[in-house]
Design a protein around this ligand. Structure first.
Ligand code: SAM
Length: 172
């Protein structure tokens, strides 16, 4: 891995995670394993590592896993549940749209499989302060990566402002 690449990527140290709360329930784990067939020496990228449920299955099967998630909470939880696999797992806090870059930065020349379990995690839905919950009041945030500058509230307010301006312009 080159130094420039490493400097830009946020490769994470193993932390404590969200002990005592269910972070997420991985779905269709058996089907995913049947399809990806993890085994020793296989390199699999989990682009949405979340609470590490699928990654655990891949590691149990013997594969090496590069886990990506843009949510810092997910990375923290994945560190906790996956640390027993040591150097067979690496976690990177990134947007999977930078998949190619992340894979190269990890020093992998090829991959045997890529998993994307798209959507939100139970944790994101249940943490009211994240703004994804249908059941709990919270700020209109909805950022998957809290380092991003615009919350849903910012977007709505600015779009509303622009469209009000436009319609006043058009309608006189
Ligand atoms: C349904 S959960 C994945 C659960 C995971 N498979 C497990 O076993 O726990 C979806 C995850 O994808 C992440 N995510 C969504 N869009 C992303 C993106 N563009 N780049 C990286 N991660 C993303 C979310 O933060 C969330 O943790």
């Amino acid at each position: 891995m080159s130094v420039e690449m490493l400097e830009e990527l946020e490769v994470v140290e193993m932390g404590e995670g969200f002990v005592g709360r269910k972070y997420h329930e991985a779905v269709m784990v058996e089907e995913v394993m049947d399809y990806l067939r993890p085994s020793e020496g296989k390199r699999i990228v989990d682009c949405t590592v979340g609470g590490g449920g699928h990654a655990k299955g891949l590691l149990r099967g013997g594969a090496e896993v590069l886990g990506i998630d843009r949510d810092g909470d997910a990375i923290e939880e994945a560190e906790r549940v996956l640390r027993e696999w040591g150097s067979r797992v690496r976690l990177v806090r990134e947007n999977f749209r930078r998949l190619e870059y992340v894979v190269k930065a990890a020093g992998w020349e090829y991959v045997d499989g890529v998993l994307m379990d798209l959507g939100v995690s139970l944790h994101q839905l249940e943490a009211a302060e994240r703004g994804f919950s249908y059941q709990r009041n919270g700020p209109l945030d909805m950022r998957m990566d809290c380092r991003e500058c615009l919350s849903a509230e910012d977007v709505i307010n600015s779009v509303f402002f622009v469209s009000m301006e436009k319609s006043l312009e058009l309608d006189g």
